[in-house]
Design a protein around this ligand. Structure first.
Ligand code: PGA
Length: 247
């Protein structure tokens, strides 16, 4: 079993203005005064907030995570954002294949592989998201689906810096969290996959996401191979994000 430093990553999705984001960081900074934080914190604000929040985040040791990127380097791709652009404003991590990107924006396994490779090739760390739908879980296919997503998404992955987020789709934004046992068994499964696939597979943090909140953070974080949390709704409130960070 790997003992990796835990990571708490907040995903703001399409929420927060720059003014609200700055207020959040100020509140979080005050809340962190005098606290010993054993975990690494990351925040994923919208693109328009990244350069405005980079300094405030750096001042309190929070890493900046982008919610998405293009795989192309540059060119005529209206509305897209390259890895180099993200790196230039101080982003260190990029979410790849969040289920909302897969489901609402039709991002395919093939596209996500290219994005993961572009992020890694550009010197940033992808947080590659996987997870089954409710139908797939009820049909007994959860492990198979997650394996398929990992296999196709990480085929030919060029780097050694990688984070995985296991987010069962049925638990995202629904208030319905996976049980600690569901999370544990899938994380152990993912760890085995990574160890077979990569010589450095034991070093990859595996985060759980899906209605993570202060009430369930301690139990989830105590599970073997749960190396942190990817938090959506509960990351919009600095108090609850802080409670999770300190759980
Ligand atoms: P949630 O979102 O915590 O609101 O369920 C998690 C995510 O989508 O990353």
């Amino acid at each position: 079993m790997s003992e990796l430093p835990q990571i708490i990553a907040g995903n703001w999705k399409m929420n927060m203005t720059l003014t609200q984001g700055r207020k959040f960081i100020d509140t979080l900074a005050s809340g962190l005064v005098g606290k010993k934080l054993a975990r690494k914190l990351l925040l994923a604000p919208n693109f328009t907030l990244l350069s405005g929040l980079v300094q405030g985040c750096a001042d309190i040791g929070i890493g900046l995570l982008a919610q998405n990127c293009a795989f192309q380097d540059a060119g005529a791709f209206t509305g897209e954002t390259s890895v180099a652009m993200l790196k230039d404003v101080g982003v260190g991590y990029v979410l790849v294949g969040h289920s909302e990107r897969r489901q609402l924006f039709g991002e395919s396994d093939d596209l996500l592989r290219r994005k993961a490779q572009a992020v890694s090739g550009g010197g940033l760390v992808p947080i590659f998201c996987v997870g089954e739908t409710l139908d797939q879980r009820q049909g007994g296919e959860a492990f198979e689906i997650v394996t398929k997503q990992l296999r196709s998404g990480l085929d030919g992955f060029p780097g050694e810096k990688l984070i995985i987020a296991y987010e069962p789709v049925w638990a995202i934004g629904t208030g319905q969290t996976a049980t600690a046992e569901d999370a544990r068994s899938m994380h152990v499964h993912i760890r085995k996959f990574l160890e077979v696939q990569f010589p450095w597979g034991e070093m990859v943090p595996i985060l759980y996401g899906g209605s993570a909140k202060p009430e369930n953070a301690t139990e989830l974080l105590a599970q073997p191979e749960v190396n942190g949390l990817l938090v959506g709704g509960a990351s919009l409130d600095p108090e609850s994000f802080l409670q999770i960070a300190l759980a």
